[in-house]
Ligand binder design. Structure first.
Ligand code: DX5
Ligand code: ZN
Length: 216
């Protein structure tokens, strides 16, 4: 069974406490939190003070996806705000190895995310140091975009790299995930399904989460 990580970006920001309560009662495993700075991506979402408050309302694992430049400046801040899993972008740093070590030394799980154009093969020498790879299946910056089909090939390739080395690295997929493509994604090797619009814009978010949980 995959882990399901609803992305709060698609929720009603006026009712964050209620959204957290709904998720607490659901089968969701993680809560996916998208931090955008208007520089790494052409959009601005929310940051540290919002996550601090969400931490007090959620029982779920806080899965923070940093879409920011110079992520190394804020690693400790996100730990303090309550991140359990912290993912930075491959394209956002020249010092991935150092940042990954820093994230892990603070007791968080470390993830690296790849934009759709970044070859999976570039992970060769960092794969064994991380807990998770996040494959972006849309161009980061916005919720509600269409899934890029080539992501399947990338996920299969990454699954093979991980399995060949016998590593315990999770694959997370983010962007355009639906109840329909969730099954094939899990079969291709995905461990964590992120879903924003599919969950929050559905008539019954808890039932949708349950359906994603049973995908594959
Ligand atoms: C996009 C974000 C995603 C976004 C996904 O840059 O990283 O987490 O919330 O939204 P959906 O599931 O609606 O594509
Ligand atoms: Zn995300």
């Amino acid at each position: 069974m995959p882990l399901v990580a609803p992305s709060l970006l698609a929720s009603n920001f006026l009712r964050l406490e209620d959204e957290c309560k709904m998720l607490n009662e659901s089968e969701a495993d993680w809560l996916h939190l998208d931090v955008m700075d208007g520089r790494f991506v052409p959009n601005i979402s929310f940051g540290l003070p919002v996550i601090e408050h969400i931490r007090t309302a959620t029982k779920k694992v806080c899965d923070v996806h940093l879409m920011i430049v110079e992520p190394e400046k804020y690693i400790e801040d996100f730990k303090k705000a309550g991140a359990d899993v912290l993912t930075i972008h491959y394209e956002a740093s020249n010092h991935l190895h150092r940042i990954v070590q820093q994230i892990k030394s603070l007791g968080m799980q470390a993830g690296i995310s790849l934009n759709p154009h970044t070859p999976v093969a570039l992970l060769e020498d960092i794969l064994e140091d991380v807990d998770m790879i996040l494959i972006m299946s849309v161009n980061p910056g916005f919720g509600g975009q269409k899934f890029i089909p080539q992501s399947f090939k990338r996920i299969r390739q990454l699954r093979q790299m991980i399995d060949e080395r016998g590593l315990n690295v999770k694959i997370e997929v983010d962007g355009g995930v639906t109840v329909e493509n969730a099954g094939p994604l899990v079969q291709a090797g995905v461990d964590v399904l992120v879903a924003g619009n599919t969950v929050f814009k559905s008539k019954d978010p808890k039932a949708t989460i349950a359906a994603l949980k049973r995908a594959g």
